[in-house]
Design a protein around this ligand. Sequence first.
Ligand code: GLV
Ligand code: MG
Length: 336
Amino acid sequence: MKTPRAFYQPLAIGAPAPLRDLPVQLERMIHFVPPHVEKMRAKVPDLISRVDVVLGNLEDAIPADQKTAARRGFIEMARENDFGSTGLWTRINCLNSPWVLDDLMEIVTEVGDKLDVIMLPKVEGAWDIHYLDQLLAQLEARAGISRPIMIHAILETAEGVKNVESIATASPRMHGMSLGPADLAASRGMKTTRVGGGHPDYMVLADGTAEGAPRAGFQQDLWHYTVAKMVDACMAAGIKAFYGPFGDFSDAAACEAQFRNAFLMGCVGAWSLHPSQIDIAKKVFSPEPGEVAFARKIIKAMPDGTGAVMIDGKMQDDATWKQAKVIDDLARLVTE
Ligand code: GLV
Ligand code: MG
């Protein structure tokens, strides 16, 4: 359920833009493109057929002296390509940066009709979403854009995590939220130098034995708490949760494991920062055929979704039927 609109008032120029329902579409990977690099822009036509979402990144990883080039490159790439059913997003600079006003003014005015979602970094509270919401209302009304642009927040500060529930419900424009583990690690004072993933020292030791045999250590998921908190806030608000970046491109197995944890916890997608991560995300965020087959057995055995049955020795009831529906619905979306 979306919360009722409390503050979003498009200016009374032309017809007020109706708010969109959340698109029921696959967004398994949000693929980041650095739009100031011509060679990367040239790859966009090919990417459109390979990914669910193309995102032009204007924020971190774009050098300060390339911010204008990235913004203009994004506008060019939005104009020159037909994105069809592939999402077109941008990550703008944060709200207290010297670039964000120009990002919004130029992009919404020039290609706002093609833009699906704005990713807003370093969101600390609902006030950041309210501010962007009103700016978008003004710019859309001025440009005659009738399809409202949605907002996707990055959860990457301690303050943001504290306020995650009010961020999730801050506007009917809210599309979803991504975990930003790199900035969050810095904001929290974590003792790491990584972009997502685990850390070999974040572990528990198995209990010792009487004989003093070597003890096994088990690495823990650094992001479990935040992902769980984010998923609950998002699902309660009727918006989507995503895992963010995984920076070690050389470690496909660890990337896959991190994405899978997020998928199992309720996330619908993750960022792909490198082409090799596109297929990892596609694989992880599409349900596994064995799981789909089992889910369909449950649905078939309980046509009206009530009661209790045994399947392969396991008890199923109304609640597992609902879990089966989540998997079946996603499988249908993937094969559509
Ligand atoms: C992403 O922006 C992150 O900080 O991890
Ligand atoms: Mg960040």
